[in-house]
Design a protein around this ligand. Sequence first.
Ligand SMILES: NC(=O)c1ccc[n+]([C@@H]2O[C@H](COP(=O)([O-])OP(=O)(O)OC[C@H]3O[C@@H](n4cnc5c(N)ncnc54)[C@H](OP(=O)(O)O)[C@@H]3O)[C@@H](O)[C@H]2O)c1
Length: 311
Amino acid sequence: MRGGYGSATLALKRDPLNITQSGSEFPLILGRDVSGVVMECGLDVKYFRERDEVWAAIPPWKQGSLAEFVVLNANEISHKPKSMSHAEAASIPYVATTAWSALVNTGGLSKDNCANKRVLILGGSGGVGTFAIQLLKAWGAHVTVTCSHNAEQFVKGLGADHVVDYTAGPVEEPLSLLEKFDLVLDNIGGDTERWALGLLKPWTGAKYVTLVTPFLLNTDRLGIADGMMQTAATVATKIIKHLVKGVHYRWGFFAPSGPALDEISEMVDAGQIRAVVEETFSFSQVPQAFEKVEKGHARGKTVVEISQGGS
Ligand SMILES: NC(=O)c1ccc[n+]([C@@H]2O[C@H](COP(=O)([O-])OP(=O)(O)OC[C@H]3O[C@@H](n4cnc5c(N)ncnc54)[C@H](OP(=O)(O)O)[C@@H]3O)[C@@H](O)[C@H]2O)c1
């Protein structure tokens, strides 16, 4: 977003009638996660009160959390897990609601149907991957993960049953020797689409869900109308191409959800999910935090502490 990614679609969402003219979103406040304290509630807000400790994932079309105050709808926030500090809690909402949207809303998984399901996570060591491993293990799935050699113990420590090192050679070769999967969650994209759908159990409802889609890039590049047409044509072609082979091809997207965070909060307090904070920065170190994130090779999440009370 700092480099303009998604600006065409997000500007439209912020200001559908272009009343304030493009450019009015600046200064744009970044930061998609928040854990803090409610300062004020709207008159019709019933579920939250002033001074409640809450956490949320902020939609990318809203001003972000690298600020003292954030304005959110009541259905986007949730009571923060009691067992976590604000800094720990702030590492979870965005990747959690993204993984939840991909696995539950798009992938059709739930705590009631995961037992004995085989799930492959491409890219298990980053923010989404580290959360997805823990959620799926808590729900009883068998989880295979790809990651770098030096992240193997790290993802096993989060519960991964089987780990494949993608740096040791073409990763599709060892993966193709394994029993087939009920769901593939793709955090990597690109080349993976060429082989990942062949790892699914055909004609069983098995799904490939990728979080790496060209949707925002298309609208940035072609404008809203042509970008959306291009996107619709691309996804429809891929869905049909794979459907005739007996597997389902889907795109996953972040979706803000207080109710999903309520369930995740309970899982955290029950000890089923923990925070994976790689590094914490102070507010004055925000530039260094962004430089660190941009280098890639994440092992969990990077957190910024705005104040000692909330993150
Ligand atoms: N569609 C949506 O709404 C949505 C929302 C959130 C995120 N996303 C996308 O989802 C993806 C994951 O996000 P994230 O926040 O989890 O990213 P992240 O925290 O940056 O993690 C990416 C991880 O993948 C590892 N990796 C890189 N290349 C790999 C490969 N070929 N095979 C296996 N692992 C590899 C990296 O470690 P090493 O390089 O050290 O191996 C790193 O740990 C990103 O592409 C992001 O843009 C989409």
